[in-house]
Design a protein around this ligand. Sequence first.
Ligand SMILES: [Zn+2]
Length: 257
Amino acid sequence: MEFTTELDEEQFERYARHLILDEVGEEGQLRLLSSRILVVGAGGLGSPLLLYLAAAGVGTIGITDADRVDLTNLQRQIVHATDRVGALKVDSARDALASINPGVRVETHPLRLGPENAEALIGGYDLVADGSDNFETRYLLTDLCFRLKKPLVAAALSPFEGQISIFKPYLGPGHPCYRCLFRDAPPPDLVPRCETAGILGAVAGVLGTLQAVETLKELLQLGESLDGTLLLYDALRARFHSIRIAKDPECPTCRRA
Ligand SMILES: [Zn+2]
């Protein structure tokens, strides 16, 4: 891994509002610049997440997504643009990130994560942020991030609500995984996806932005983690609330430890 050891003049200016914070400072900024984050899905959650991670100077950002930009995506997937409809989402996102911050490296993986490719991919990153929209990927990431000991910042959306947590079950008792919370995926026909159920686009923005905040906090070791807590956002009632998640002693993922 490349390790940035000092900031250049341009970086001192670009990151001035980080550097002025005692909680970040030059040491924290160098840590961000040396971090490698994998963002799964360049969609409604991934868009603000990618934009903020690049702006913050996360040094290497991996993006995995097999899809191409569609006009119907643009109502919420703000990393993409009208003139990039038809392009691979990973390429469209890379262009957007490069224009915000050419100092970060973007690694594009135009593929759908599956058991055959996910382990090798995740192994190369420090943290995984899940912006996928299907349970297959969510459970695959849950199991692999546990095995590879990578923090997993996960969020999910419904038309007017969202939820977010961070999972570090490899740390042992008191650190639940996604499967401790939801043992099995619901039947596919019970799960509305944005494509079919619709969504108020900005709700995805709230949750994707929270994922960026929690990812940066995790990298900088700042404040309280959402490890063990599920934070829920109800847009129509304009309310947040959080619930504790217990580690399930019968959890098939955690029992493998
Ligand atoms: Zn578990």
